[in-house]
Write a protein that binds this ligand. Structure first.
Ligand SMILES: Nc1nc2c(ncn2[C@@H]2O[C@H](COP(=O)(O)OP(=O)(O)OP(=O)(O)O)[C@@H](O)[C@H]2O)c(=O)[nH]1
Ligand SMILES: [Mg+2]
Length: 456
């Protein structure tokens, strides 16, 4: 049995309560040692999952007044004995109680270690464990919905169905190998091919859902670019509905990247305002401009702003160059002023939507939001019972499983020796098991749980 782990499970900061959690063989022992109940209770009583009121003591020294719950495994989150201590919130008390558990033999939990134990002890499959972190990180209703479906086992169920199907195919194939070896019967593989194609179609549907799924889970990484003074910071403030970025009529106002999350039709837009792009001798501004260029490189979406009240210049041309081959939206701002910009001279790729706006008059912003929603969700409505693949790891696994299944089906159609067919089928079955964690390497597991927060 593994050692007992302990961590603070609530976020740090001022709050009503904080929770210290322990899991493992000695958690009850440690809990009983540091907790003194107000009313004497026998051990049986202590373990019956009711909350107990009392105090935490470090020998004779009072640490906090708490509630405590002893939860006997295996009907717990980790399947191990768990103790939760509800201390006063803030940073000091929870920390002192945590330290006391460590002093008494618990080890500090690694990121995601509680959930990792839940997975290793069979309480959750890997896709469900991953859904836990997705739920904690969800920033929109849609992201939350996708994660709760996955936590409830929607993906796990689908994967099990397809793996069972593949296993069934394998059995058919092996059966026919035995027959042909005996020289009794040639393989009639049309039935197998048909079944295989049905599985392939299902896997492809899952795979295709991941483009939308990834956006729902991670949001759209968006960067606003443009030369100085076109209204980038004004746009960020308008979309975020807070005055987060400084706006002045002095070109070169923004130097650092300023980030905000906005919810557009249930999709999180992580939007970054950047320093206006121009050639400059100012060292600080130059660093800002370099950052703008970096952010533009890695963005899922670029929003490029041009000033309608000014003629096109060299700085605009740098911005235009950054749009080549990228997913972008062009905004022509300051529509309220007299127009001096020759729009044709911008020569914008026809795939890039162009919208006239006036941030000052709040004109055209709704059109921008509509365009973003259309670009990324194609107006699709996600039904709540559809399994959505939201995780790039899952997408990659599905892609590999599809390749192997496809090649085995092609081989069958060409009547290629059946043992080649078998190898690909088996690979496909095995690869799919990486989603649920049935076939997975330890280092991959470690990587997955590194993404978690402490105490979960
Ligand atoms: N007339 C008019 N002025 C606007 C509009 N949008 C922004 N402005 C003004 O343009 C000036 C520059 O706005 P910012 O949002 O600071 O521009 P920026 O692109 O962030 O500028 P830098 O940070 O210097 O790169 C401010 O004085 C804004 O009030 C608009 O739609 N119409
Ligand atoms: Mg700015």
């Amino acid at each position: 049995m593994e050692h007992t782990i302990a961590a603070i499970s609530t976020a740090t900061g001022e709050a009503g309560i904080g929770i210290v959690r322990m899991s493992g063989l000695t958690s009850f022992e440690i809990g009983k040692k540091i907790f003194k109940p107000i009313k004497e209770i026998d051990d049986k009583n202590l373990e019956n999952r009711t909350l107990r009121y009392g105090h935490i003591y470090d020998d004779d020294k009072l640490i906090d007044e708490v509630l405590i719950a002893f939860m006997k495994g295996p009907n717990t989150y980790t399947r191990e004995d768990i103790v939760e201590i509800y201390t006063h919130g803030g940073i000091i008390s929870v920390k002192k109680v945590l330290d006391l558990t460590l002093k008494n033999g618990a080890k500090i939990a690694e990121k995601g270690e509680f959930t990792k134990r839940a997975f290793l002890n069979g309480r959750l499959d890997l896709s469900q464990a991953e859904a836990v972190i997705d739920m904690i990180k969800a920033k929109t209703d849609k992201a939350y919905e996708a994660s709760i479906n996955q936590l409830e086992g929607s993906l796990k169920k689908d994967i099990k169905k397809y793996r069972d199907g593949l296993l069934n195919l394998l059995a058919h194939v092996e059966y026919s190998i035995n027959f042909t070896e005996d020289g009794q019967e040639e393989l009639d593989n049309s039935v197998i091919i048909k079944e295989g194609e049905e599985i392939l179609e299902g896997l492809k549907k899952l795979y295709n859902s991941s483009n939308r799924g990834k956006i729902i889970r991670d949001g759209i990484n968006t960067t606003i670019i443009g030369k100085p003074n076109v209204g980038k910071s004004s746009l960020l403030n308008n979309l975020a509905k807070v005055n987060k970025a400084i706006v002045t009529d002095i070109p070169g106002t923004t130097r650092d990247i300023i980030e905000e999350y906005i919810d557009i039709d249930g999709v999180a837009l992580k939007i970054s305002d950047t320093a206006g792009i121009r050639d400059t001798d100012d060292i600080v501004e130059k660093i800002g401009v370099d950052r703008s260029l970096d952010f533009a490189q890695s963005a899922d979406l670029i929003i490029a702003i041009f000033d309608l009240s000014k003629e096109l210049d060299e700085e605009d041309k740098i911005v235009l160059d950054l749009l080549k081959g990228r997913k972008a939206i062009v905004l022509l701002n300051k529509d309220d002023l007299e127009s001096k910009l020759d729009i044709d001279s911008l020569n914008i790729d026809e795939n890039i939507p162009v919208i006239r706006i006036s941030i000052k008059n709040n004109k055209g912003i709704d059109k921008l939001e509509e365009t973003i929603s259309k670009m990324f969700l194609q107006g699709e409505i996600i039904s709540s019972n559809e399994t959505l693949v939201t995780n790039i790891r899952h997408q990659d696994i599905l892609g590999r499983a599809i390749n192997h299944l496809e090649s085995s089906l092609n081989d069958m159609k060409l009547n290629i020796p059946i043992d080649c067919v078998e190898v690909d089928l088996r690979d496909s079955w095995e690869i799919l098991g990486e989603i649920t964690g049935e076939t997975i390497e330890d280092d991959v597991l470690d990587k997955i749980f590194k993404d978690f927060c402490i105490g979960k």
